[in-house]
Design a binder for this molecule. Structure first.
Ligand code: AQP
Length: 328
């Protein structure tokens, strides 16, 4: 049997360049050599209580974007989490072998609950239990490899711990998953301060028109010590330079590095080159997404077919789990 790869992506709005470089690029590459299973995790998205209409639209939007990025239903399984009920049942069972202390140490929960509390918003138990549902997502498919960005590594470590505890109590059954990081494991947002993310509003959208990306880049932070065009810059203190490393060709990146240090290139020109590099990646994705918009049945049938394949695997694993824990 081919080794399985699994990963999930939240339908919380338009996907961004951080999602693409940190995770989706790997999803596409891993379709070869693995049995690849990718999930649009709509139940995870409920932790931020989206508008129901918006959630429905975002599920379609995420599926369309993943296919536009190069996921091919013939080479992988793409499905929606809520179409496979086994995820939530297994999450409950696993929550009974998950340590409350371990969950309390999850930095993503701390960050997100702090952000919510600072705005006077409610923090749900669902947000706290998020990593248990994520563990269920992965182990249901006995996936060995999980392509993710760096922010998810702690959750995958927790998943490994939960699997070990389950095995100690009930005997070997699952595969201990391993995180797979891309070189772009933590893309900073255009504020140059926080991880690129939808909730911070510091993102370059994958389907964003080139003109809008250009406007965002124009006001994006660079090396703050470089005040005037004739001042030399320090590329290592510039987020625009850091983004170049993942999207611009190597010789051009080397030239930018040298020229920036001797004030041979200004920030405006440098941002222009970055905009063109982003467009080289995003342009074809946008074009393919527009084609899929005109043929929504391609997206819907991929998700339908994906749910059938995923349910088949998930039901088998859930049957084994029920047996082990005494639920039948
Ligand atoms: N900035 C990033 N750099 C590298 N990888 C990233 N990922 C996300 N942001 C970056 C990776 O993308 C995958 C899917 O992400 P997700 O759907 O789980 O959502 P997220 O990480 O919560 O994305 P956002 O935009 O940051 O959402 P909000 O604003 O809701 O917090 C994951 O593998 C993730 O690591």
């Amino acid at each position: 049997m081919q080794r399985r790869v699994f990963s999930g992506i939240q339908p919380t709005g338009s996907l961004h360049l951080g999602n693409y470089l940190g995770a989706i690029q790997n999803y596409v590459a891993l379709q070869d050599g693995y049995e690849a299973i990718y999930c649009i995790v709509d139940q995870h998205a409920l932790t931020i209580r989206p508008d129901p209409q918006e959630l429905r639209a975002n599920v379609f939007e995420a599926a369309r974007t993943l296919l536009a990025c190069g996921l091919e239903p013939k080479r992988c399984t793409v499905f929606v989490q809520s179409h496979v009920p086994a995820h939530t049942e297994l999450a409950w069972i696993l929550s009974c072998v998950t340590s409350f202390g371990d969950l309390s140490r999850m930095t993503q929960f701390k960050d997100k609950s702090d952000q919510a509390e600072s705005k006077g918003e409610f923090v749900s138990a669902g947000l706290f239990g998020y990593p248990v549902l994520q563990t269920a997502d992965i182990v249901l498919y006995k996936a060995a490899v999980v392509p993710v960005g760096e922010d998810q590594v702690q959750h995958i470590e927790l998943a490994r711990e939960v699997v070990r505890r389950f095995h100690t109590v009930y005997g070997e059954l699952f595969v201990e998953p391993q995180a797979l990081l891309s070189p772009a494991k933590r893309i900073l947002g255009l504020d140059g301060q926080f991880k690129m993310s939808k909730s911070r509003g510091n993102e370059i959208g994958l389907l964003e028109p080139a003109e809008s990306v250009k406007k965002k880049l124009a006001v994006a932070k660079t090396d703050e010590k470089r005040k005037r065009r004739q001042d030399p810059g320090e590329p290592n203190d510039c987020n625009i330079y850091s983004l170049h490393q993942y999207v611009t060709d190597r010789a051009e990146v080397a030239r930018i590095e040298t020229e920036c240090r001797r004030a041979g290139i200004g920030c405006v020109e440098c941002k222009g080159i970055l905009g063109a590099s982003v467009e080289r990646i995003a342009g074809p994705i946008r074009a393919r997404a527009a084609e899929l918009d005109a043929q929504p049945e391609i997206v819907r049938s991929a998700l339908k077919e994906g749910a059938v394949k995923a349910n088949e695997i998930a039901q088998k694993t859930l049957g084994e789990v029920r047996e082990r824990v005494g639920l039948r």
